[in-house]
Design a protein. Structure first.
Length: 297
């Protein structure tokens, strides 16, 4: 089992000296001042590319009240945050623009991304890659490992982009729920937190689940169906269906039919068009066709 070393930041706090004074010494001018972070090129780029067109706040500086205090976390490195913002814009935001329209993205895409440098390590051996909150925010963790994934589309999807599509699906579901029939397809086989157990790690395709995590609950199952489908090629999907066998394939295809109908009827999104658009844009990134460091605005 790998051991991870978590580095913490020590903050030096200046000491205040207090002295007594009379009423005559009091000044009407407040001694409390606020400081405003000076904007850099990245901040100005975000204003033009995230805030102005979509009202999306991409927060890469460490904000204590926006972090999960149950875990040790570290700030995102500036260079990695710049690259990740470009990737989110090109492969996600603009992909939804292309397939569902700019107004859809402006209305429903989360209004805040909170990026931190490290994954969240749980004591059951699993890692939290991202979270969604209240249909408004997506938390992306582990940005400081982004460089290692930039030339591998599978790694890029597994650790970052699939997470965004997964969490955005939750947001869409919170706005318009999917049919209850979905819950019944493999309703008795969900494992809750046991999805990461020895039992859950193997044979999930044959049981009708597209991933091990999809066995957690019907909510996670639905989000996994969408996010796994749109971030993998038809060839890979077909290989999984072969591995699933006749029973598993039948169950997964039943779920896929519900997902297709939901996205088309509720949101006007063609699932296959979404997949081809996302995959093409992801390939542009890993092939080096997108300048991830450009901050001109």
């Amino acid at each position: 089992m790998k051991k991870y070393i978590i580095y913490s930041l020590m903050l030096a706090v200046g000491a205040f000296s207090l002295s007594s004074c009379s009423e005559d010494d009091l000044s009407p001018v407040s001694v409390i001042t606020t400081t405003q972070t000076n904007q850099n090129d990245f901040d100005r780029w975000l204003q033009v590319n995230f805030v102005a067109p979509y009202n999306i706040d991409f927060e890469y500086r460490y904000v204590d009240i926006e972090t999960n205090n149950n875990y040790y976390q570290i700030p995102a490195r500036y260079e990695d945050a710049v690259k990740l913002a470009h990737i989110v814009k090109y492969t996600c935001i603009e992909a939804y623009n292309e397939v569902a329209g700019v107004e859809f993205t402006r209305t429903y895409f989360p209004k805040m991304f909170m990026v931190t440098g490290e994954w969240l390590y749980r004591n059951n051996g699993t890692i939290v890659l991202g979270e969604a909150e209240g249909g408004k925010k997506i938390y992306l963790y582990g940005s400081n490992y982004l460089t290692q994934a930039l030339t591998d589309v599978n790694a890029l999807n597994e650790y970052y982009l699939k997470t965004i599509h997964h969490e955005f699906t939750h947001i869409l579901n919170q706005t318009k729920n999917y049919p209850e029939d979905f819950q019944l397809i493999t309703g008795e086989d969900y494992l809750a937190d046991e999805w990461s157990s020895e039992e859950g790690e193997t044979g999930f395709l044959k049981r009708g689940f597209i991933s091990d995590y999809s066995q957690h609950s019907h909510q996670e199952d639905f989000a996994e169906m969408v996010s796994v489908y749109v971030t993998n090629t038809p060839e890979q999907w077909n290989a999984w269906m072969t591995e699933a066998g006749s029973t598993g394939k039948k169950l997964i295809n039943q779920k896929l039919d519900v997902v297709r109908e939901y996205l088309n009827d509720k949101w006007g999104i063609d699932l296959d068009q979404m997949r081809s658009t996302i995959l093409a844009r992801e390939n542009d990134v890993v092939n080096g066709d997108v300048d991830l460091d450009d901050l001109t605005y």
